[in-house]
Design a protein around this ligand. Structure first.
Ligand SMILES: CC(C)(COP(=O)(O)OP(=O)(O)OC[C@H]1O[C@@H](n2cnc3c(N)ncnc32)[C@H](O)[C@@H]1OP(=O)(O)O)[C@@H](O)C(=O)NCCC(=O)NCCS
Length: 179
């Protein structure tokens, strides 16, 4: 499904509160945020402000089907966060969103050298989405991410470097560099 990206603004507090509290976000540290939590995030500039920008992902009929944010936007290493509504998954939206946000960051923020994203080891959908878009696995932190059942799973870090984005390449990490 072809989607479009519409920048989120602070005045859309009701929209993001409704959207984030309407579903359960299994792989997040807060799977079921309350209205109060989301209002706090909005007023702290979590989604939009000096350090963050976000976009609604919209269907052909203008329905909000996803949301993508970039944090630490003025640093050399911004981080991203991506969510697609459960009923719109596996339609290619996640891949469009990752490509869109890399274009946005590298074009608008020349100081960005790389973009990072972290996910739980068992979040196969997100890991496949990173890999499909040329983001490279760079870190594997064992027993770091506490799940809602209390067990710890690995946190996996992916990144895309500006040089790969510019050249359309995927540069592997040199893991065999032990002296
Ligand atoms: C992760 C997420 C954003 C992926 O979005 P999506 O629109 O479903 O992804 P796409 O349809 O673009 O698929 C991207 C790739 O992942 C694969 N994929 C997607 N969901 C999958 C699943 N449940 N199991 C296995 N593979 C999956 C697709 O086959 C595709 O790979 P391919 O191009 O090699 O065939 C979406 O599942 C989501 O919002 N999940 C909940 C929020 C979340 O976990 N966000 C990440 C937090 S760090």
């Amino acid at each position: 499904m072809q989607v479009t990206f519409v920048e989120y603004s602070q005045s859309d507090q009701d929209g993001i509160v409704h959207w984030l509290t309407s579903e359960t976000w299994e792989y997040f540290e807060t799977p079921s945020p309350t209205q109060e939590m989301v209002v706090n995030w909005v007023s702290n500039g979590h989604f939009h402000g000096e350090r963050a920008r976000s976009f609604w992902i919209q269907s052909e009929i203008g329905e909000n089907v996803g949301f993508i944010s970039v944090f630490e936007i003025r640093d050399p290493v911004p981080r991203i966060d991506l969510r697609v509504s459960a009923s719109y998954r596996r339609m290619g939206i996640g891949k469009q969103a990752l490509r869109f946000i890399a274009d946005f960051i590298f074009r608008e923020f020349p100081m960005a050298l790389r973009i990072e994203g972290n996910t739980r080891q068992d979040n196969i959908a997100m890991r496949k989405t990173f890999a499909a878009c040329g983001w490279v696995k760079e870190s594997h932190y064992r027993a770091l991410w506490k799940t809602d059942t209390g067990e710890y799973v690995a946190s996996i870090g992916y990144a895309i470097i500006k040089q790969d984005w510019l050249n359309g390449t995927v540069t592997a990490v040199d893991w065999n560099d032990e002296p």
